[in-house]
Design a protein around this ligand. Structure first.
Ligand SMILES: *Cc1c(COP(=O)(O)O)cnc(C)c1O
Length: 400
């Protein structure tokens, strides 16, 4: 595949009629090495953030050995792409056939659950032909925790309540020699205290259950960096998680896991779009709510943007975007700061779309194609480059 220096070079060479996804393997490699070297435990990549096989390969080559998969299609994809990967099926509601295929055909041993029904399903689906139960299951009980410090909640759908957790932990312990607890604090957690609060909930459940816990999985939620969402350094998250993990009443050799999706993939991709029409301060572009800009439309996320023409003048003003489909909801309010003389025919790069961007594209209304190219320049922002100016101290949580 042709490699370009940056988005401008792509636009000059191709003047693309359709949106284009630009991938930065070097940025994903740097993120993977950061987690592998600095997180005080094991880092699983949450595949749903971006299931691109090229990205999976980059993460694998840079030390990520475990993959959080949530559907049988993700199980098959990771197994096909990375034959040596450890698969962890962390969706708490699975079908018996999906569990059986993951266990018997793809070597998956780690499953999460948040009800007794799911436990029974897993035990039945993993038994052998004679009905003997599996003896090598690694089971994780998903606890419900608060999402109050996160930009995107994951609090209401999954996880068992603290009142039910002790009984479920005790029941699960009967079926496995390796028992974990897991939770998810919500995506883009803007302070490490999100994890402190969740770990304290886990402590209460573990203490009440009086069972041996072999693993604590603090889930995803590690932030990336976007306009107006400038988090404390990830080192602060790691330090505070480690400190609170160490104080838990668990097996002396218990493992600490995390499941970053966004933090490992956000810097991997950007998107090149073209302005097809301008109406005042609204730009009609060729990707949107049903494409890679789902979060820009549905949760008002402000991704960084850059005009790719050389002849535009400053100052920049705020624009809103309309996507290409005929749906009024295909609207991204922004504001996105761009030169005030931008016009139809001009190209724009939208940055930080490696997580929940490229992965969200649909074919609705006939739009959805996107060629992918590799570029060598830096992502528009990075948590891993080492030259970041930290946010004001009121946003940084003291570790003492
Ligand atoms: C989505 C998800 C993740 C990844 O979350 P991020 O906020 O992208 O880090 C991890 N674990 C589970 C169970 C998830 O559903």
């Amino acid at each position: 595949m042709h490699i370009y220096p940056d988005a401008k070079a792509v636009v000059r060479a191709l003047a693309p009629d359709e949106p284009i996804i630009l991938n930065r393997p070097h940025a994903a490699a740097r993120a993977a090495r950061f987690f592998v070297q600095k997180f005080p435990g094991k880092s699983l990549y949450a595949v749903k953030a971006n299931p691109s096989p090229d990205l999976l390969q980059v993460l694998w080559e840079n030390g990520v050995t475990h993959y959080d998969v949530a559907s049988i299609a993700e199980v098959r994809l990771v197994r096909e792409t990375l034959p040596g990967a450890h698969l962890c099926f962390m969706h708490p509601v699975k079908t018996p056939r999906a569990i059986a295929e993951a266990y018997h055909k793809h070597g998956c041993r780690t499953f999460s659950l948040d009800t007794l029904e799911e436990l029974e399903k897993i035990v039945a689906a993993c038994a052998d032909d004679a009905g003997n139960p599996a003896t090598d299951l690694k089971l994780c009980v998903r606890l419900r925790v608060s999402s109050e410090y996160s930009e995107l909640s994951l609090a209401s759908k999954f996880g068992c309540d603290l009142t039910e957790a002790p009984a479920l932990l005790q029941a699960t312990r009967q079926h496995c020699d390796w028992l974990g607890v897991c939770f998810h604090v919500g995506s883009q957690a803007m302070t490490p205290f999100a994890f402190v609060q969740a770990i304290e909930r886990a402590r209460a459940a573990i203490a009440d259950a009086s069972v041996v816990i072999d693993m604590v999985d603090v889930g995803g939620g590690f932030p990336s960096i976007y306009p107006e969402l400038d988090p404390p350094p990830l080192e602060d998250y790691f330090e505070i998680i480690h400190k609170h993990f160490e104080a838990l009443p668990i097996a002396y050799n218990a493992e600490l896991w995390c499941e970053p999706g966004r933090a490992l993939s956000a810097e991997y991709s950007s998107l090149v779009v073209r302005v097809e029409k301008r109406r005042g301060e609204e730009l009609y572009i060729n990707d949107g709510a049903y494409g890679a800009l789902y979060d820009a439309a549905h949760v008002g996320w402000k991704f960084p943007v850059k005009a790719l023409e050389d002849d535009l003048i400053k100052p920049e003003i705020g624009f809103s975007f309309y996507g290409p489909t005929c749906d009024d909801a295909d609207f991204m309010e922004g504001p996105f700061l761009l030169p005030e003389d931008i016009q139809a025919g001009d190209f724009i790069e939208v940055g930080m779309l490696g997580a929940y961007g490229a992965a969200m594209k649909t074919g609705f209304n006939g739009f959805g194609n996107a060629e992918q190219y590799v570029v060598e320049d830096e992502p528009m922002a990075s948590l891993y480059r080492g030259d970041r100016v930290l946010p004001a101290s009121d946003n940084v949580v003291s570790l003492r």
